[in-house]
Design a protein around this ligand. Structure first.
Ligand code: SAH
Length: 240
């Protein structure tokens, strides 16, 4: 007969080994790298929004890149995601997320789904994300990763994000992760009153990250920092 005490201990050990995973290792081998990324690349550089820091400490960035690039996923750099596109440097993702100043439950439009990583970070912050990607293969790949991670509050559309997503407008915030030479009018129109848009804009190699705010129907703009994003293109590949 097993004593009640032994049975209790066995249960405890079973529960602990469930938490630890089969080999006694953590379920996600990248936890340490991710925490270091948040501390050194993001917190130490002045990003202080707790919801951004928590989201970036949670989202498994390595699952948004090809298996052979996973070991590089937490570096202080952008990475290729195929089709000539890139997943942004972690710091830029954090900076843009903080600039949006969103509250849980709000609606955010993203133009340029790419890998889906930025969308996942926003979803972790508790907002409803509507994201548009023009390269069908990238859009489908992002849908697969986001579904596998069970993000329920992200909707991905394949199409030209220049036009926005009028069926779901207005948006409390809009984040654009590809650079047009000029601000797309449909996007400013779909921004809610009091809403914020973060968008890189300018010519190739000479772009600035802008923060636009809509007050009494008027758009105010503020320059944040010089950046280099891939261009926003139309369905023929022509830069906007
Ligand atoms: N936010 C992404 C990074 C995106 S890179 C991430 O977290 O991984 C920029 C993306 O914008 C590319 O995937 C590119 O195909 C897309 N893009 C370029 N022009 C676009 C347009 N007009 N509409 C929607 N997506 C566009």
């Amino acid at each position: 007969m097993i004593s009640a005490r032994t049975a209790g201990l066995m249960l405890l050990v079973a529960a602990a080994s469930l938490c630890m995973g089969p080999a006694g290792s953590s379920a996600d081998d990248f936890v340490d790298q991710r925490q270091k990324m948040v501390a050194l690349q993001i917190g130490d550089r002045g990003i202080s929004d707790a919801s951004v820091l928590k989201a970036m400490a949670t989202v498994p960035r390595h699952l948004f890149v090809a298996p052979e690039l996973r070991d590089l996923a937490y570096r202080d750099a952008p990475l290729p995601i195929g089709h000539g596109q890139t997943i942004s440097q972690p710091y830029i993702v954090a900076l843009m997320s903080q600039l949006l100043a969103v509250q849980p439950g709000q609606r955010v439009l993203e133009i340029g789904t790419g890998s889906g990583y930025q969308a996942a970070v926003l979803a972790e912050m508790g907002v409803h994300v509507f994201t548009i990607e023009i390269v069908p293969e990238l859009g489908r790949q992002a849908i697969d990763v986001l579904d596998a991670l069970d993000y329920q509050n992200i909707r991905v559309k394949i199409g030209d994000g220049y036009k926005g997503w009028p069926e779901h407008a207005p948006f409390d915030a809009i984040i654009v992760t590809c650079a047009p030479t000029r601000i797309p009018k449909p996007l400013t129109e779909q921004l809610a009153e009091g809403g914020r848009m973060v968008i890189p804009s300018g010519e190739k190699y000479d772009q600035q990250l802008l923060l636009l705010t809509k007050q009494a129907g008027k758009i105010e703009r503020e320059k944040v920092v010089d950046v280099r994003f891939v261009p926003m293109v139309d369905e023929q590949g022509k830069t906007y």
